[in-house]
Ligand binder design. Structure first.
Ligand code: ADP
Length: 319
């Protein structure tokens, strides 16, 4: 499997009245074709901004983005428009992104119209094929978004993303707004589609347990920076960064014989606005030293394909 997406030292800063907000600060990774990168972290840590910047839906501040081996960092508007056929976004809340005046058929036909893909009967066939692929029954063809439940609305969002036959999809909290019973159905659908159609995903979520089974690799973000990245199984079995350990300890285990001690992450949240020269997790880290409070840690490969950004990763883990 070759590489599809690569990001090098990506930064996205926002100018705000209070100062420069470092939403994404020097993040690098690559994703192979057909694989899924789970991006996890608390609300506001920059996950959505990262996903949208990689898709080139918002401008980057610094760094490079490669897609299919081509540098797409500074492409023209026309090239960016063409890129939409290959790169798509699935939203958390499809309801707010679906035009309430269009029925299911028109909503799914919409991207085909915008890109002048197929006409007449051929387009109609494609819309019904997409409805079938995402598990939307034909009886909903002329239903409007407000007449459908959250799961079906998310299926419309997925069908719209699939319409142009993309290769790469950023799924931004695609199940967070759904009932638990429906979450599993949508996750299964996204996985089945990946197997059948070979998609490559970035899967953004605040909930580590959601990405556990669907990710090839998991990247953990904390206030704009990557604190840890490793193969999914390895991250759960051998978390190395104190923040990842804290996140994992907060996931309930459905087993009364296996009681975990929850690591409480106390302390103030560091501001992403004009951040100081320090580890951004230092204020909440039980292992923080003066070094952590005065120097930004660099990312190091502690085990093969297991990257951590922590001054004291070796002492903390007895490596
Ligand atoms: P997440 O997806 O992890 O919840 P976001 O990417 O939405 O986080 O936001 C990361 C940070 O960037 C937050 O502090 C947020 O307030 C800020 N942010 C996001 N978009 C903008 C914007 N357009 N202008 C200013 N700040 C923004």
């Amino acid at each position: 499997m070759g590489e599809l997406v690569r990001v090098e030292h990506l930064k996205k800063y926002f100018n705000t009245p209070a100062g420069v907000l470092h939403a994404v600060d020097d993040i690098s990774f690559s994703i192979n074709k057909g694989e899924t990168l789970g991006v996890v972290g608390e609300s506001g840590c920059g996950k959505s901004t990262l996903g949208r910047t990689v898709l080139k839906l918002i401008d980057h501040t610094d760094g490079k983005i490669f897609f299919e081996g081509k540098d797409i960092t500074n492409i023209s508007k026309r090239e960016n428009h063409e890129l939409r056929k290959k790169m798509q976004l699935i939203f958390q809340d499809p309801y707010s992104s679906l035009n309430p005046r269009l029925c299911v058929y028109d909503l799914i036909a919409d991207p085909l119209k915008t890109f002048h893909i197929l006409k007449g009967e051929e387009r109609q066939k494609r819309v019904f094929q997409l409805m079938d692929e995402v598990g939307l029954s034909k009886r909903f063809t002329y239903s409007y978004p407000h007449e459908l439940d959250g799961g079906r609305r998310q299926r419309i969002g997925i069908a719209r993303a699939l319409a142009l036959k993309p290769k790469f999809i950023v799924c931004d909290e695609p199940v967070s707004a759904l009932d638990v019973s429906i979450q599993a159905q949508i996750l299964n659908l996204l996985q089945d589609l990946q197997k059948q159609l070979g998609f490559t995903y970035i899967f953004v979520t605040h909930d580590l347990s959601v990405v556990r089974h669907i990710s090839t690799d998991i990247l953990v973000m904390y206030i704009g920076v990557m604190v840890e990245k490793s193969p999914a199984k390895e991250l759960f079995e051998r978390p190395l960064h104190p923040y990842t350990k804290g996140l994992l300890s907060a996931i309930p285990i459905p087993n009364i014989h296996h009681k975990k001690k929850e690591i409480v992450m106390a302390g103030e949240l560091t501001s992403p606005i004009n951040p100081k020269q320090e580890c951004r997790f230092a204020a909440r880290c039980p292992f923080a030293t003066d070094l952590c409070r005065t120097q930004v840690p660099t990312v190091s490969e502690v085990f093969p394909n297991h990257f951590v950004s922590c001054h004291h990763v070796r002492e903390i883990n007895g490596i």
